[in-house]
Design a protein around this ligand. Structure first.
Ligand code: PRT
Ligand code: ZN
Length: 299
């Protein structure tokens, strides 16, 4: 293959992960000009280009060295890794970061009226799935022998059609299972969009670009979860209030003009602030509570 000096990232062209993947890269400061065929995006701000593809192709593109990175569901990546393992091949890709969107789980679901107490109840049944390697690995760990019926889509209707007894499919809200009179009974693993990369970091400039992108990504992911909390409180209640907050840098405390014991507190928190947090802080003497999103952060 021709040597490349630009980093190339594969992302889903259209589907559940497509928009959020591109938004995330934009937040990392990447700007692109799209080719006329809408399959390639040239990086204008940095030497990082995008290839827009079907999600199933992403692990293969990384394995072949056509792309250096990809944004893909852990379910797709893990399936490919396990399939390679079954064939006796060495792993060709690895997960670098979990990205916190596209969350779902790979789960076993059975007809509403089927008795199920444990995985051993699946013995001898036919299980429909688009994830045969993941399912086979799980069945092995459970010590259960069952038939695997590989389907590329519409897995949830297999029990009604009689082509399988139960299914193993991705679930997020659970609405599809309910609509098909199925009941989730076991989860194989949790999935979300991840950054996948080749096992070895490219030895050239691409390696440096990759490091920089990951640094920016970590900042973006941290900011996304972070909140700025502002409140006022009696000085002697500050410690117990601060203990309620998710971790972050040391809060700033400033005196309030005209008040001898009330102070103002400003704290960046790396984590969600719930209504329960606010109620608990109020009970400990906090007032004028404000929670604001954080746009950018540089320590
Ligand atoms: O065209 P291309 O091949 O690129 O896309 P695709 O159709 O294969 O994938 P797409 O866009 O449907 O999903 C991309 C990725 O989104 C998946 O690989 C997962 O990592 C992630 N994801 C998150 C999901 C779901 N949630 C999800 N709910 N992928 C699929 N589903 C399906 C599931 O298969 C089932 O049919 O949605 C249905 C269940 O949803 P609920 O909400 O009813 O439980
Ligand atoms: Zn797909």
């Amino acid at each position: 293959m021709k040597p490349r000096d630009r980093l190339r990232i594969a992302v889903q062209k259209s589907g559940r992960l497509a928009d959020t993947s591109q938004e995330l890269l934009a937040k990392c400061g990447l700007k692109f000009r799209q080719s006329r065929d809408k399959l390639f995006c040239f990086g204008e701000s940095l030497a990082i280009d995008l290839l827009l593809v079907r999600d199933d192709d992403i692990p293969g593109l990384i394995a072949q060295g056509v792309c250096d990175l990809g944004i893909v569901g852990r379910n797709v990546l893990r399936e490919r890794q396990l399939a390679a393992q079954e064939d006796g091949d060495a792993p060709a890709s690895r997960e670098l970061r979990a990205l916190g969107f596209g969350r779902c789980r790979l789960a076993i679901a059975v007809p509403q009226d089927m008795r199920y107490a444990s995985p051993s109840d699946l013995a001898g049944l036919r299980i429909a799935t688009s994830y045969p390697a993941s399912l086979a690995a799980w069945l092995r760990v459970q010590g259960v022998e069952a038939g695997i019926v590989e389907l590329s889509g519409s897995v949830e209707i297999a029990p009604r059609l009689g082509t399988a007894d139960v299914i193993c499919d991705l679930v997020s809200s659970g609405a599809t299972l309910v609509a098909n009179q199925l009941r989730e009974v076991a989860s194989l693993f949790d999935s979300e969009a991840v950054i996948a990369a080749a096992i070895d970091t490219p030895p050239d400039e691409r390696g440096e670009l990759l490091e920089m992108l990951l640094r920016r990504l970590d900042g973006v992911l941290q900011v996304r979860e972070s909140k700025l909390v502002l409140l006022q409180a009696p000085r002697d209640a500050l410690d117990s209030i601060a203990r309620l907050l998710p971790t972050g840098p040391r809060p700033t405390v400033t005196p309030i003009e005209g008040s001898s014991d009330e102070v103002a507190l400003q704290a960046v928190c790396y984590g969600a602030i719930t209504w329960q947090h606010l109620e608990d802080m109020k009970r400990r003497g906090a007032s004028n509570l404000l929670v604001l999103p954080v746009e950018k952060m540089l320590a």
